[in-house]
Design a protein around this ligand. Structure first.
Ligand SMILES: [Zn+2]
Ligand SMILES: [Zn+2]
Length: 57
């Protein structure tokens, strides 16, 4: 457990942003502002996570 005030990925002191998924505090470098996720969650999140494509039924 680490106190707030640092990126949990690179360890740099940063105001930090909280991942909307895992709550990890990361710096702007390790934060995807579009997904509002840390890069870890952003990478886990597959691009083809869209359903409703009925072309293969
Ligand atoms: Zn970082
Ligand atoms: Zn995350």
């Amino acid at each position: 457990m680490s106190d707030a005030g640092g990126c949990e990925l690179c360890g740099r002191p940063t105001p930090g942003r909280d991942c909307a998924r895992c709550g990890t505090t990361v710096c702007r470098m390790h934060f995807d502002s579009q997904l509002r996720l840390c890069i870890e969650c952003a990478q886990k999140r597959t691009p083809d996570d869209r359903r409703g494509d009925t072309s293969h039924l």
